[in-house]
Design a protein around this ligand. Structure first.
Ligand SMILES: C[S@@+](CC[C@H](N)C(=O)[O-])C[C@H]1O[C@@H](n2cnc3c(N)ncnc32)[C@H](O)[C@@H]1O
Length: 396
C-alpha cells in the first residue's frame, strides 16, 4: 500500500475499528457505517455540522445552500396550521437539523410574514449529540429566536403533538445493510481489515422475516452481484414518528426511490455513496469518520410503515413540483410578490432538475386531517414514475 494512502486512512476511528476487527474478524457493513457516522466522539456526525455540511463541509443540502427552503416551507407550515383548525400552539418538530439553518429560516420567515402564527410556534429539535446541539443553539440565539425553541435527545417518551414533523436528508444517513444477489441466494457485506486496508467480505444472508419486504421482488432474474441496501431502522423510525402524531403532518425530504425504480439497470451497484470535500469518493470504507456515507431512501417502505401506524400517505412528490406548487400559491396570495429575501438563484437551486429538483423528493403524510388536498405543495404533485438521475454533483 502507498504511504500516502496509509496516512489518509489513519483516522482516530480507523484504529478503534481495527481493534474491534482484530477481536471479531468482520462486522456487518451497517455496524461499520454506524461507527463511522455516529461514534460518540470520533463519528462523522459527532462534529460541528457546519464542518460537514455546506461550503466548508463535504456536501450541500437544500437548507445549507440558502434560505429559500425555509422561506417556502414556512408557507406549507402556515397552510398546515389552518387545516389543523388554527390550534393555539403549533408544534414543529425537526429531526436531523444539522446546523439549524432550516429552523432559523423557517421561524424567521413566519415572524416576517405571519407574526400571529409565529407567536404560536413551539419548535422542538431532536438532537442526541452535544456539538451539533451547541451549534444549533448558537444560531437560534444569534437570530433572536430562542424563545420558540427547545431540544430533546430522542423521540422516546415524548408527548404527542398537534403540528408538523419534518426532516431533510435524515433517513439517507441511517446505517444500511448491504445485500448482494448471488446464484446461491442473497449474501451480506461485512467489513474487515486485510492486506493493510478495510475491505468487504461476504457472508450468506440468514433467512429472516425482516428482509421480506426488502427482497420481495423476484430476485432470480437479477444479474450476479446486484447490490441492494436496506435500513432496518428507517421503518422503525417512521412507526415511532407516526405514533407521536396526535393530529398533523409528516414531511420527509430526501433522495430515494419508488418500488418500480429499485431494480432499474443503473442501480446494479447499489446506492451507497461516500462524499468528502465536495467530491464523491470511490471507497466507502476509507477514512472512517472523515467522509459522509449515505444511501437512497426506500419511500415505499416508509410509506407502508406510516400507514400501519395510522398515517395517510398524501404523496411522494419531487422537490421541483413541491416547491413550484408552493411558489405559485404564494404568488396568488401576495399579489405576485415573492417572499422577502427569496432569490431566483435560491429557488433554482432547490428546484432545478440538475440540482435538488429531481433527485430529491418529499414524502407527505397526515393524520386526523379530513381533506389535505388544498396544500399548495400538492398542487402539481403527480406520480413520479421515472428514475431520477443519481445524486447531483456537490450534494449528498
Ligand atoms: C445529511 S445531514 C442533514 C442535515 C440537515 N437536515 C440539512 O439538511 O442540512 C443528516 C443529519 O441527521 C442527523 N441524524 C442522524 N441520525 C439522527 C437521529 N437519530 N436523531 C437526530 N439526528 C440524527 C445527523 O447528525 C446529521 O446532522
Amino acid at each position: 500500500m502507498r504511504a500516502d494512502r496509509l496516512k489518509e486512512e489513519e483516522t482516530p476511528l480507523a484504529e478503534l475499528l481495527r481493534t474491534l476487527l482484530a477481536q471479531e474478524g468482520a462486522i456487518p457493513f451497517w455496524r461499520f457505517m454506524e461507527f463511522a457516522l455516529y461514534h460518540p466522539r470520533h463519528g462523522y456526525y459527532a462534529q460541528l455540522p457546519s464542518r460537514r455540511i455546506g461550503r466548508r463541509g463535504d456536501y450541500y443540502t437544500g437548507p445549507s445552500s440558502g434560505t429559500a427552503f425555509g422561506r417556502l416551507f414556512s408557507e406549507a407550515v402556515a397552510e398546515a396550521w389552518v387545516l389543523l383548525g388554527r390550534p393555539a400552539i403549533l408544534d414543529l418538530w425537526e429531526q436531523g437539523a444539522g446546523a439549524g439553518w432550516l429552523a432559523c429560516d423557517l421561524v424567521g420567515a413566519l415572524r416576517q410574514r405571519a407574526p400571529h402564527l409565529a407567536e404560536r410556534i413551539r419548535y422542538t429539535i431532536v438532537e442526541p449529540r452535544e456539538l451539533p446541539r451547541k451549534e444549533q443553539e448558537a444560531r437560534v440565539s444569534a437570530a433572536g429566536l430562542s424563545n420558540h425553541f427547545r431540544w430533546v435527545e430522542s423521540l422516546d417518551g415524548t408527548e404527542r403533538l398537534v403540528g408538523v414533523f419534518f426532516s431533510n436528508e435524515l433517513v439517507d444517513s441511517f446505517p444500511v445493510h448491504r445485500l448482494l444477489w448471488r446464484s446461491s441466494g442473497w449474501s451480506e457485506s461485512f467489513a474487515t481489515w486485510k492486506g493493510g486496508r478495510f475491505c468487504f467480505v461476504e457472508r450468506p444472508l440468514p433467512a429472516g422475516s425482516q428482509w421480506r419486504d426488502v427482497l420481495e421482488e423476484p430476485a432470480a432474474d437479477l444479474p450476479e452481484g446486484w447490490v441492494v441496501e436496506a435500513s432496518l431502522d428507517a421503518p422503525l423510525w417512521m412507526r415511532q414518528v407516526a405514533g407521536l402524531i396526535d393530529r398533523g403532518f409528516v414531511f420527509t425530504f430526501d433522495y430515494g426511490f419508488l418500488p418500480q425504480e429499485r431494480f432499474l439497470p443503473g442501480r446494479a451497484a447499489g446506492t451507497l455513496r461516500a462524499y468528502r470535500r465536495h467530491r464523491r469518493e470511490s471507497d466507502p470504507l476509507a477514512h472512517p469518520g472523515e467522509q459522509d456515507l449515505t444511501a437512497h431512501v426506500d419511500f415505499a417502505r416508509l410509506q407502508r410503515a406510516g400507514e400501519e401506524m395510522g398515517l395517510s400517505s398524501l404523496s411522494v412528490v419531487d422537490q421541483h413540483h413541491f416547491f413550484v406548487g408552493i411558489l405559485s400559491a404564494v404568488a396568488e396570495r401576495y399579489d405576485g410578490k415573492l417572499p422577502e429575501g427569496l432569490t431566483a438563484g435560491g429557488f433554482q437551486t432547490l428546484t432545478h432538475p440538475e440540482f435538488f429538483g429531481r433527485t430529491h423528493r418529499v414524502l407527505i403524510q397526515s393524520k386526523g386531517i379530513v381533506d389535505a388536498s388544498s396544500l399548495s405543495c400538492l398542487r402539481f404533485a403527480r406520480s413520479v414514475g421515472s428514475c431520477p438521475p443519481d445524486h447531483p454533483p456537490a450534494t449528498n
